[in-house]
Design a protein around this ligand. Structure first.
Ligand code: NAI
Length: 338
C-alpha cells in the first residue's frame, strides 16, 4: 500500500542518513549544476568514487530525477538531491568539496568569453552560498570562462572575509587530458604513460602546453609542436563544432573533473606527492591568477610550482597567454567590484 511504501522509504532514508552521519569514512561532496551535460556523468562518476561518503546534487532544474537515478547505484556514497535557490544552503552545509559545472555552454562561433554575462552571475550566487554555508570547503570551478570566473569567486570570498587562496581551484584538467591524448597519438604511446604539463589558463591562446617538459622525455619537430599546440588549444572548439549546437564537451569534461576531484580528495586525506595542473591564485608570473602544477594536500593547493625551463616557442606563447589572461582576470574582478 502507499503508506507502507512511504514508511519503507522514510526508514530507508533514516538509515542512509544514519550511515552518513555515523561518520562513514569519506568526504562530503556537492555538485552544483548536477543535472547538466557535465553534471550528470560527473554525478555518476562521483557516486563510484570510494572516497565519497555523501554526494549532494544541486541544480535549478531536474535534480530530483538525476538524484533518484544515481541513488540506485550500489556504491557507498549516500546521495541527496536539492532543487532551486531555496535549497542551496542545505545542499552546501557541511561539504568538504564543492564542484561547480553550473552555467551555459558554448555554441558554434562562440568564445568562452561570450558566456561571461550569464555565468558570472551564476558563479557569484553559488559562491555567496559557499561563503555562508561551507567556507572551509575546497572549490573546483568548471563554469566558463574559467579565466574570469575564478577571479569572480575570489572576490566574492574576499568580500565575505573567508578567502583562502589554496582552496579555490579552476579546473583545467581537461586541457591536460586532451594534451596527454593528442601527444600520445603523435608518439604512438598509450596516453596513460604520457604526462603533459599545461599552464596559463583555460581559453584559446591562454592554454599553453609545455611540450618541452613532456614525460617520458621526447622531442618534436617544429611542425609537430605547432600542430599539437593548436590542437590542444582548440580541443574544446573541435567538440563544439562536432556537436553542432548541442553544447560543448561534457563526457570528457566529467571524466577530467572526476580525475581532478579524486586528486583533491586524496590530498585532503593526506596522501603525499599529489600533483596536478590547476588555475589558482599564483605568484608564478606577475598575474594574480595562473594555471600551473600545484601540490594538493590537506589545505588544498599547498604549493604552486614554477614553470620550469621553457623553450623559445613556449616563451613567445607565454607572452600571448599573459596578455589575454590579464584582460580576463580584470573583467572578473571588476564584475564584483563595480
Ligand atoms: P549544461 O547547460 O548542459 O548544464 C548546465 C547546468 O547548470 C544545467 O543543468 C542548468 O540548469 C544548471 N544551472 C544553471 N544555472 C544554475 C544555477 N544558478 N545554479 C545551479 N545550477 C544552474 O552545460 P554543460 O555542458 O554542463 O556546461 C557547464 C559549464 O561548464 C559551462 O559554463 C561550460 O562552458 C563549462 N565547461 C568547462 C570546461 C572546463 O574545462 N573547465 C569544459 C567544458 C565545459
Amino acid at each position: 500500500s502507499p503508506s507502507n511504501l512511504q514508511m519503507g522509504e522514510s526508514s530507508m532514508l533514516e538509515r542512509a542518513n544514519c550511515r552518513a552521519k555515523g561518520g562513514a569514512p569519506g568526504f562530503k561532496v556537492a555538485i552544483l549544476g548536477a543535472a547538466g551535460g557535465i553534471g550528470q556523468p560527473l554525478a555518476m562518476l562521483m557516486k563510484m568514487n570510494p572516497l565519497v561518503s555523501v554526494l549532494h546534487l544541486y541544480d535549478v532544474v531536474n535534480s530530483p530525477g538525476v538524484t533518484a537515478d544515481i541513488s540506485h547505484m550500489d556504491t557507498g556514497a549516500v546521495v541527496r538531491g536539492f532543487l532551486g535557490q531555496k535549497e542551496l544552503e542545505a545542499a552546501l552545509t557541511g561539504m568538504d568539496l564543492v564542484v561547480i559545472p553550473a552555467g551555459v555552454p558554448r555554441k558554434p562561433g562562440m568564445t568562452r568569453d561570450d558566456l561571461f554575462n550569464i555565468n558570472a552571475g551564476i558563479v557569484r550566487t553559488l559562491c555567496e552560498g559557499i561563503a555562508k554555508c561551507c567556507p572551509n570547503a575546497l572549490v573546483n570551478l568548471i563554469s566558463n570562462p574559467v579565466n574570469s570566473t575564478v577571479p569572480i569567486a575570489a572576490e566574492v570570498f574576499k568580500k565575505a572575509g573567508i578567502y583562502d587562496p589554496k582552496k579555490l581551484l579552476g579546473v583545467t584538467m581537461l586541457d591536460v587530458v586532451r594534451a596527454n591524448t593528442f601527444v600520445a597519438e603523435v608518439l604512438g604511446l598509450d596516453p596513460r604513460e604520457v604526462d603533459v604539463p599545461v599552464v596559463g589558463g583555460h581559453a584559446g591562446v591562454t592554454i599553453l602546453p609545455l611540450l618541452s617538459q613532456v614525460k617520458p622525455p621526447c622531442s618534436f619537430t617544429p611542425e609537430e609542436t605547432e600542430f599539437l599546440t593548436k590542437r590542444i588549444q582548440d580541443g574544446g572548439t573541435e567538440v563544439v563544432q562536432a556537436k553542432a549546437g548541442a553544447g560543448s564537451a561534457t563526457l570528457s569534461m566529467a571524466y577530467a573533473a572526476v580525475k581532478f576531484a579524486d586528486l583533491c580528495l586524496r590530498g585532503l586525506r593526506g596522501d603525499a606527492g599529489i600533483v596536478a595542473c590547476a588555475y589558482v591564485d599564483s605568484k608564478v608570473t606577475e598575474l594574480p591568477f595562473f594555471a600551473s602544477k600545484v601540490r594538493l594536500g590537506r589545505g588544498g593547493a599547498e604549493e604552486v610550482y614554477q614553470l620550469g625551463p621553457l623553450n623559445e616557442y613556449e616563451r613567445v606563447g607565454l607572452e600571448k597567454a599573459k596578455q589575454e589572461l590579464a584582460t580576463s582576470i580584470q573583467k572578473g574582478v571588476s564584475f564584483i567590484k563595480k
